[in-house]
Design a protein around this ligand. Sequence first.
Ligand code: ZN
Length: 188
Amino acid sequence: MINNPAIILVDVQNDFFTGPLKIKRVINIVEPLQRLVVAARKNDVPVIYSIDAHYPQDVEVVRKWGSHAIKGTQGAQVIDDLKPEDGKDYIVEKRTYSGFYETGLDPLLRSLYKGEGVKTVVLGGLHTNMCIRHTSADAFFRGYQIVIAKDGVEAFTVEDHEQGLKYLEYVYNAKVMMTNEIIQEIVK
Ligand code: ZN
């Protein structure tokens, strides 16, 4: 049972699909996520984009990954196939792995459903063992239920992805579900 859900799409941006941090397999998550956001919008389930908007001096850029998803650049744009719907979807920029870290995500979630708040975050995007994991940690700490779209998340390697899913299930009690199953639950 998925209660007061919000779909959160993490780092679905050009630089992760076609730019410096691209990997081939990520293309597989696009179609399931398209279906998921279409169903969500149709059923008044909020769709939130939790996306990198880096400054060049951000610790993640300088110390770990090099330049990617720099605020205002083409690389930081959401990929065309998953474009946010103007005036309906929400975009919450972040500057490191977790979508909650020093962003407005938590107050946004609490304000939805007429102030009742989101209870379940449904996560899709990149990467299973990094931004999805850190966002799940912060969601767990704040009391949200966590659902992971199994065919809607990916990582740099198959091992990273599979171990990432196991970790999410084990540590945060995340429910790993196929996009189709999630859609069935959110359709009213
Ligand atoms: Zn980043």
